[in-house]
Design a binder for this molecule. Structure first.
Ligand SMILES: Nc1ncnc2c1ncn2[C@@H]1O[C@H](COP(=O)(O)OP(=O)(O)OP(=O)(O)O)[C@@H](O)[C@H]1O
Ligand SMILES: [Mg+2]
Length: 276
């Protein structure tokens, strides 16, 4: 089990049919095009690429929120692309959670933090109300927020604090895989670092696997084990952080690397030597 990939994606495709320029005309968008990769349990796989390259669509297919046009997704060795029926899908989705980019729009403004963290527990029928409250208290402490925040509303929290609530909710069901879709891009740099630190601690403690979608290659270097590079729906390069950062083969990857704002001097010398 330990050596079995948590996720294995084989020849995955997603086509959207959209309206063309002319009235009545239809156009096919290949959002994800024949993508294959595998992800080792307990590690972080970064998915990088420009806007529109298919990163979120890929994540949504893995969670079965978006129909798959073609290809296979194995989760713990089981083909989950074929799961049908409400109950079966619900049971599957319990194992994968997502942390969204914008903590403000992903938290219901009319609910207290306690209700927000309790929601997945309720949906998946975790214990009685007393057991759920205990679990919610445990979760808020795990994400290092004061317990009296439970009676607050999202607008009373900072961006970083809201993202901690999003993380508490994502780990509530002991899911093995957490998809982080630009989890820190809406936050200040100093807050970003603290959220990443928290995610690293949680990964170590609970042996979590992270699919980390990001534009920010500077973050990838310290936070990820492996990287896949997407361009216009295609997976153009994949490798370890070391391979991608020091021996990138593709021009597109090199361009992305070049766009990192601040890097260490040794790296800068390497980047300067890249001619694109
Ligand atoms: N529901 C949809 N209907 C039609 N086209 C879509 C839909 N969702 C995504 N697309 C298209 O699929 C492509 C990939 O989009 P996606 O959101 O996966 O990109 P992304 O890499 O996550 O971008 P970003 O970094 O901006 O979040 C884009 O061309 C997008 O316009
Ligand atoms: Mg996206």
């Amino acid at each position: 089990m330990e050596n079995q990939p948590i996720i294995e994606v084989q020849g995955l495709n997603k086509e959207f049919i959209v309206n063309g320029k002319k009235r009545g005309q239809k156009k096919t968008v290949h959002a994800v095009n024949n993508v294959s990769f595998s992800m080792k349990r307990g590690t972080t796989l970064a998915v990088v690429g420009e806007s529109g390259s298919g990163k979120t669509t890929l994540a949504k297919m893995i969670m079965r929120f978006e129909p798959i046009t073609a290809g296979k997704i194995l989760f713990n060795g089981n083909d989950i692309s074929q799961i049908k029926g409400k109950d079966a899908l619900k049971a599957f989705r319990k194992q994968i959670q997502m942390v969204h980019q914008d903590p403000t729009s992903s938290l219901n403004p009319s609910k207290t933090i306690r209700e927000i963290i309790e929601e997945p527990l309720l949906v998946h029928r975790y214990g009685d109300s007393k057991a759920r409250l205990e679990k919610v208290k445990e979760l808020i402490q795990i994400v290092e927020l004061p317990i009296d925040f439970l009676e607050r509303y999202p607008h009373m929290l900072s961006g970083g604090q809201k993202q901690r609530v999003g993380i508490a909710r994502a780990i509530a069901l002991d899911s093995e895989l957490i998809i982080l879709d630009e989890p820190t891009s809406a936050l200040d740099v100093s807050v970003q670092a603290k959220i990443i630190q928290l995610l690293e601690n949680l990964q170590e403690k609970y042996h979590l696997s992270y699919l980390f979608i990001t534009h920010d290659l500077a973050l990838v270097k310290n936070f990820s084990n492996n990287v896949i590079v997407m361009q216009l729906g295609n997976l153009v390069e994949q490798g370890s952080v070391e391979e991608i950062f020091h021996h990138a083969k593709e021009v597109y990857t090199k361009k992305l690397l070049k766009s990192i704002p601040v890097v260490e001097p040794a790296e800068q010398a390497y980047l300067d030597s890249i001619v694109i």
